[in-house]
Design a protein around this ligand. Structure first.
Ligand code: GTP
Length: 318
């Protein structure tokens, strides 16, 4: 741990620094509450030993400020020259986690560090598990790529970024052709395996770091293409369609290809960067996908808005 000592008495600072250093932790020392606060602004501190009685800003006031400013809990152990119950109670209410009285005994300082280390370790584990849970909640269990919830979070952020930089953002909606027939012919387990293979192929085809793919649901995938206009989106859609075709997964029930194929609808907010929402783009891409299905599947349809922001009924087939 990084341990900070705040005490206005030089002999206590020197003594305590040595005692703490003996435990193998890193130690820093400051002379008063103000110094402690400014030191903590620029350094990550895991635990603090703080004198209650310090001139100007005393330990209790400093602890109150630390608790107000920091959302993260960090152990604060007070050091007191007197055995004053009222002061002890006040110090603990202000946010303290323990009190040592002078003269300080190394055995108690060490025990206090060990006790706080246990709680700090638990806190770190909880943080780690929390961030794992966060990332799991945004991951599709079957394919391992992002799920719809992850998509919404990232897409809103990227839309804002594109608007700031006056760049277009495009969305591809992808659907596996005749997937019901695939399941019916090869079984649900094979269907699952097929979705995993397609997800990986789609993901590996996207090269730019900002490009983002999610499983939107069932056999439907959505690709977010920040900083990309409709022509760029069309090119990437073509690569994705080709990547799935190249997998050559047999699909004898498909009437459009001997192998599993995908249809893609593309939409972009180009020329309407500040008005189109993500949901607008999803609706447009979905309409384009529907047209691609109607026109025979295994193809891409990209719809571009006219100057009034309306989407012409006759879309462009690529
Ligand atoms: N194996 C498997 N199948 C799924 C999963 N999610 C959805 N499906 C199946 O995907 C099929 C989708 O069927 P439809 O929506 O009729 O689409 P389709 O058969 O691909 O027809 P078109 O899209 O018109 O080409 C359904 O049979 C779903 O049960 C999944 O996680 N695993």
């Amino acid at each position: 741990m990084n341990i900070l000592i705040a005490d206005d008495t030089p002999s206590i600072r020197i003594f305590l620094q040595k005692v703490v250093r003996d435990t193998g932790h890193t130690v820093h020392a400051v002379c008063d509450g103000h110094e402690a606060l400014s030191y903590m602004k620029n350094h990550d501190i895991d635990m603090i030993f703080m004198d209650i009685q310090m001139p100007d800003l005393n330990g209790i006031e400093t602890a109150k400020i630390i608790r107000e400013q920091q959302s993260e809990w960090m152990p604060i152990i007070f050091i007191s020259a007197t055995e004053n119950d009222r002061e002890f109670a006040e110090a603990l209410s202000a946010g303290g986690d323990g009190i040592l009285t002078k003269p300080l005994k190394p055995i108690l300082v060490h025990a206090q560090i060990r006790a706080m280390q246990r709680i700090v370790d638990i806190q770190r584990k909880l943080h780690m598990m929390n961030s794992q849970l966060q990332s799991l909640s945004k991951t599709d269990v079957l394919t391992g790529i992002a799920n719809r919830s992850g998509f919404y979070e990232v897409s809103e952020r990227e839309l804002k970024r594109c608007r700031r930089e006056h760049k277009a953002l495009s969305i591809l909606m992808i659907d596996v052709d005749f997937f019901k027939q695939y399941n019916d012919n090869y079984g649900h387990l094979e269907g699952d395996h097929c979705l995993v293979t397609i997800a990986q192929a789609l993901k590996n085809t996207l090269k730019r770091p900002l490009d983002y793919i999610c499983r939107f649901g069932g056999e439907e995938f959505v690709v977010l293409l920040p900083m990309t206009d409709l022509e760029g989106a069309r090119q990437i859609a073509q690569q994705l369609r080709q990547a799935v075709q190249s997998l050559e997964i047999p699909h004898k029930a498909s009437t459009v290809s001997p192998f599993v194929s995908i249809s893609i609808g593309a939409a972009s907010n180009q020329d309407h960067i500040n008005t189109f929402t993500i949901n607008d783009l999803l609706t447009k891409a979905d309409a384009a996908l529907y047209t691609a299905k109607e026109r025979g599947r295994n193809q891409i349809v990209a719809i571009s808005p006219n100057k009034y922001g309306q989407f012409p009924t006759s879309s462009v087939q690529i």
